[in-house]
Design a protein around this ligand. Structure first.
Ligand code: HEM
Length: 298
């Protein structure tokens, strides 16, 4: 994690390095959306621009988690993913021929030792990991920045100790979680909150609503990093609990700390805008004014 923290710090600072001139900055498009792609590229040993482009090109695939997508939409997304697989496939076959110390070479070696997978399987797995690691994390970073700015907490957090920045990210997972709902299929008949549910029924869990339950969270609509109970459902629960939770928290905490050094302020006539999605809460545009450096108000 120590190496990851240093890499994330450098990537975050680089993304803000040339912002001083124009000053109005879209923290969603140019920061939150890009950082997780560059970071997972580093973790997997892939070229950053390849992953950034892949994530942009496949951004609409996440919509398949929403209700009401037509079969034609699914078919279009399938074609898209097959087209996008080509460069990953050639990297995987290259690494199979000439292994290096990258995560992809390690995946091939591990698979060969236990359950051999084809190059297509490995390329699919790499693409799945990139997608799991990028869009949700981009959303968490953007949602955290938006929540802090909208709650007027920039000054309160700018010199705060790391635990409170981590708390701000955790509070975002409760107050504005990227993943708003999850599907489950009942494995047995059960009664839940007075409702009878039969085995095999599909359940839509509105975790977003649960994390604003006033019986559990006092003043639930207030973004409050200092609240004692911040435990939400942002990374899921149970056996499918997010495998990348710790990485995602580190990414969002670093991104928040680095942008706070530039005193992000809301540009009043340019509103924050959000993607139109049922499952994912994610900023589309976060126009902000950044100061050249900490302490110099814009
Ligand atoms: C803020 C960022 C993230 C959020 C909000 C998030 C959210 C989630 C949620 C809610 C689930 C559970 C889905 C379910 O139970 O139906 C999940 C699973 C998963 N996440 Fe994440 N995730 C994030 C980042 C990451 C990262 C960075 C990685 C990888 C590096 C990752 C890899 C996975 C994987 C592999 C699973 C499937 C686990 C399983 O089914 O056993 N996630 N994530």
């Amino acid at each position: 994690m120590a190496d990851h923290a240093a890499v994330l710090n450098r990537l975050s600072e680089d993304l803000l390095a040339d912002v001083a001139k124009d000053r109005t900055f879209d923290a969603a498009l140019r920061y939150a959306d890009v950082l997780p792609s560059l970071f997972i590229a580093h973790v997997l040993g892939l070229p950053g621009p390849l992953v950034v482009d892949f994530v942009r090109e496949t951004a609409e695939i996440g919509r398949t988690f929403d209700r009401g997508c037509s079969p034609r939409y699914y078919a279009r997304m399938e074609t898209l993913i097959i087209d996008q697989r080509l460069p990953f496939l050639s990297i995987v076959s290259e690494r199979r021929k000439k292994p290096d110390d990258s995560a992809i070479s390690r995946m091939i070696l591990l698979a060969d030792a236990s359950y051999p997978l084809s190059d297509v399987d490995i390329a699919n797995h790499v693409m799945f990991l990139i997608m799991a690691a990028s869009e949700n994390t981009a959303a968490l970073i953007g949602n955290t920045i938006a929540a802090v700015v909208e709650a007027g907490l920039v000054d309160a957090l700018v010199d705060a100790e790391p635990p409170i920045l981590r708390a701000a990210v955790e509070e975002t997972l409760r107050y504005a979680p990227p993943v708003r709902q999850m599907w489950r299929i009942a494995q047995t008949d059960l009664t839940l909150g007075g409702a009878r549910i039969s085995r095999g029924e599909r359940l839509l869990l509105l975790t977003d609503a649960a994390s604003r339950d006033p019986a559990v969270y006092p003043d639930p609509d207030r973004f409050d990093p200092w609240r004692s109970n911040r435990r939400g459902f942002g990374f899921g629960l149970g056996r499918h609990y997010c495998l990348g939770a710790e990485l995602a928290l580190l990414e969002a905490e670093t991104a928040l700390r680095v942008i706070l050094q530039r005193l992000p302020r809301r540009v009043s006539d340019l509103p924050f805008e959000w993607h139109d999605r049922q499952t994912l809460r994610r900023a589309l545009h976060l126009p902000l004014i950044l100061s050249p450096q900490k302490g110099l108000a814009p």
